[in-house]
Design a protein around this ligand. Structure first.
Ligand SMILES: [Zn+2]
Length: 174
C-alpha cells in the first residue's frame, strides 16, 4: 500500500532574495500558522525575517510578509496562454459547430478565471502570497498606488494613499 499524503491546507510564498531582489524564492508551509519568523535562503547566503505581524488571527494578511509593506493587490494566477488557446480552438471549430464552440469557450474561460488561484502581490517588493484567508480583502492592481510608491506622494494626482494600506479597500475605479 502506498501513502501519498495531500496537504489539506497549505500556503506558498514567493519571496525576493534579500541581496538580489530579482531572484524569487518559493516557500511552502502547512497553512498560514506554520510559518516561522526566520529562514535561511536556499543557498544559505542570507537570512530572511518574515513580518508575521502582518498576518491576521484568521490567517489573512494586512500587509506583506516579506517587507511589511501595507499595500497588496490581488492577481489571478490564470495563464493567459491557456485562455488564448481555448479561444483559438473554439474559433477553428466554430463553422462546424454552428458557432456553439465560441459560447462554450467563453463559458470555459469564465469558469477557469473564477476558479483560478489568487495571489496577493506586494507593490513594494513584488512578494507573492498564496493560500491565505480571503479576509481582509485586497483589491486588484491600482496603477496610482504603484506610481506613488515609485515616484513619491506628490507625483500622482488624485486621492491620497489610503491610511493603513489596501486591506479591505474598495476596488480602483479605473
Ligand atoms: Zn513586500
Amino acid at each position: 500500500m502506498t501513502f501519498d499524503p495531500k496537504p489539506i491546507r497549505w500556503i506558498e510564498l514567493g519571496l525576493p532574495h534579500p541581496h538580489d531582489p530579482e531572484r524569487m524564492m518559493r516557500l511552502k508551509a502547512d497553512g498560514p500558522f506554520a510559518l516561522r519568523r526566520f529562514y535561511f535562503t536556499p543557498d544559505r547566503d542570507a537570512e530572511l525575517e518574515l513580518h508575521l505581524d502582518e498576518r491576521t488571527q484568521n490567517g489573512g494578511l494586512n500587509g506583506c510578509l516579506a517587507c511589511g509593506g501595507k499595500e497588496l493587490f490581488a492577481r489571478k494566477d490564470f495563464p493567459p496562454a491557456l485562455g488564448i488557446t481555448i479561444v483559438v480552438v473554439a474559433a477553428v471549430l466554430a463553422p462546424f459547430t454552428m458557432y456553439i464552440s465560441l459560447a462554450v469557450a467563453a463559458l470555459l474561460d469564465f469558469i477557469l478565471y473564477q476558479t483560478a488561484r489568487e495571489s496577493l502581490v506586494c507593490y513594494r517588493c513584488s512578494a507573492e502570497h498564496n493560500g491565505f484567508a480571503k479576509e481582509p480583502r485586497h483589491p486588484r492592481f491600482d496603477r496610482t498606488i504603484a506610481e506613488r510608491l515609485k515616484f513619491g506622494e506628490k507625483a500622482v494626482m488624485g486621492s491620497p494613499m489610503r491610511e493603513g494600506g489596501t486591506a479591505n479597500a474598495p476596488d480602483p475605479e479605473h
